[in-house]
Design a protein around this ligand. Structure first.
Ligand code: 2RA
Length: 338
C-alpha cells in the first residue's frame, strides 16, 4: 500500500546513499526500482534491500512509480522531471535545475516543510547550503540574522564518486611519484586546496558560492539576507566543513546559542575545545546530524555576533538524507500511492 519509489542515477555516490537512507529510515515503500543510463542497465547492484537489477531510465518505466528521487545532472533533470511530473510522479531533484524557479519549492524539512505544498517537482538544496542552513535557522529564530559570512572546506565527494576516486588515486600517485594528474578537479587536490568550485560568475564569486546565498535566502524566506561565501575544495573524502560568522539583530551569547542548537532538529553540538572536542569531517562522515562547535562571541560584531564551525556529511544531509526527508514530508502531507 506504500508508494512505489524510483531512484534515478543509482550508480552515483548520491544515488547509492539514497537507497541506503530509504532502507535505514524504513521509508514505507511498497516497491523500489533503480534506474541509471543504458550503460548500467541490466547490472546487479548489492543494496540494503538485497541484490537489485538496474533498469534503463525511461519516462514510461519511472511513471509506474509514485515518487522519484533524482540524482542526475541538471540538464537531464530539466528534460525529464517535468515529463515525469506531468504523468503524476512526485519528483525530488538533487540537481540545481529547479532550485531558483519561483514556482518550485526548495526544501530543508527542518526549516520549510510547509513549502512542499502540492508541488510535483521539489528541489533538494546544494550540499553546502543544507549543512549550513540547518545550523543557521535556529539562530535566526532566536536572534534574527542580519549578516552572514561563510567560508567552506568542501570534500571531494561534492564532485561525485569520480571526485572521491580521484582524490584517492592522486594521493597514492603523489606519494609514489611526486606527481598527481587531475581530471575532475581543476588542480591536484592532495596536499593542496582549491578555492574554485563550479564556474566563476561575473561578480567574481563562483556559482557554488552564489548557490549558498541564493538558496539560503529562498529556504529561510529571507530574500534580502546579506550572506556571502568563499567556497574551497579540500582533500577530505565526504564531509563538508564550514565557518560562519553571523551578525544578529538581537544580542546573543555563546552559551545560549549552544543550548538553542542542542535542541535543534538535525544538529548536534560538539563543542568542548578544552578536551579537543569540536566538529571534524572524519567524525561527521556517515552521520545524519550536522555537528556544530567552536561557538564563540565574534570579535567584530561583539554581543550581536557569533562565530562557529559546522561539519556535515555531504552525501547525507547534503544530498540523500535531505531528499528522503522531503519524501517523508510529502507522505505526511498528501496521498501519493493509488
Ligand atoms: C560540491 N556543492 O561540493 C557541490 C556538490 N553539490 O562540489
Amino acid at each position: 500500500s506504500g508508494p512505489k519509489v524510483a531512484v534515478i542515477g543509482v550508480t552515483g555516490a548520491v544515488g547509492k546513499e539514497m537507497v541506503n537512507v530509504l532502507h535505514d529510515r524504513a521509508f514505507p515503500l511498497s516497491e523500489l526500482r533503480l534506474f541509471a543510463s543504458e550503460r548500467s542497465a541490466g547490472k546487479t547492484l548489492e543494496t540494503s534491500y538485497g541484490s537489485k537489477t538496474i533498469e534503463a531510465f525511461s519516462v514510461d518505466a519511472v511513471a509506474e512509480c509514485d515518487i522519484a528521487l533524482m540524482a542526475v545532472s541538471g540538464d537531464f533533470a530539466k528534460e525529464y522531471a517535468p515529463q515525469l511530473a506531468a504523468k503524476g510522479v512526485t519528483v525530488i531533484d538533487n540537481s540545481s535545475a529547479f532550485r531558483y524557479d519561483a514556482d518550485k519549492p526548495l526544501v530543508i524539512p527542518e526549516i520549510n516543510p510547509q513549502d512542499v505544498g502540492d508541488a510535483r517537482i521539489i528541489a533538494n538544496p546544494n550540499c553546502t547550503t543544507a549543512i549550513l542552513a540547518v545550523a543557521l535557522w535556529p539562530l535566526h529564530q532566536a536572534y534574527g540574522l542580519k549578516k552572514v559570512l561563510v567560508s567552506t572546506y568542501q570534500a571531494a565527494s561534492g564532485a561525485g564518486a569520480e571526485g572521491m576516486a580521484e582524490l584517492e588515486d592522486q594521493a597514492r600517485a603523489y606519494l609514489d611519484t611526486g606527481v598527481a594528474a587531475n581530471k575532475v578537479f581543476a588542480h591536484p587536490l592532495p596536499f593542496n586546496l582549491i578555492p574554485h568550485i563550479d564556474v566563476f560568475q561575473d561578480n567574481g564569486y563562483t556559482k557554488e558560492e552564489m548557490k549558498v546565498t541564493w538558496e539560503s535566502r529562498k529556504i529561510m524566506g529571507l530574500p534580502d539576507l546579506a550572506l556571502s561565501c568563499t567556497a574551497v575544495r579540500i582533500p577530505t573524502s565526504r564531509a563538508h566543513a564550514e565557518t560562519a560568522v553571523i551578525e544578529t539583530e538581537r544580542p546573543c551569547s555563546p552559551d545560549e546559542a549552544r543550548a538553542i542548537l542542542s535542541k535543534a532538529a538535525g544538529v548536534k553540538v560538539v563543542d568542548d575545545p578544552a578536551a579537543k572536542v569540536y566538529p571534524m569531517p572524519l567524525n561527521a562522515s556517515g552521520k545524519y546530524d550536522v555537528e556544530v562547535g567552536r561557538i564563540r562571541q565574534n570579535l567584530v560584531f561583539g554581543d550581536h555576533g557569533l562565530e562557529f564551525f559546522v561539519c556535515g556529511d555531504q552525501l547525507l544531509k547534503g544530498a540523500a538524507l535531505n531528499a528522503v526527508q522531503i519524501a517523508e514530508v510529502v507522505l505526511e502531507q498528501r496521498t501519493v500511492a493509488a
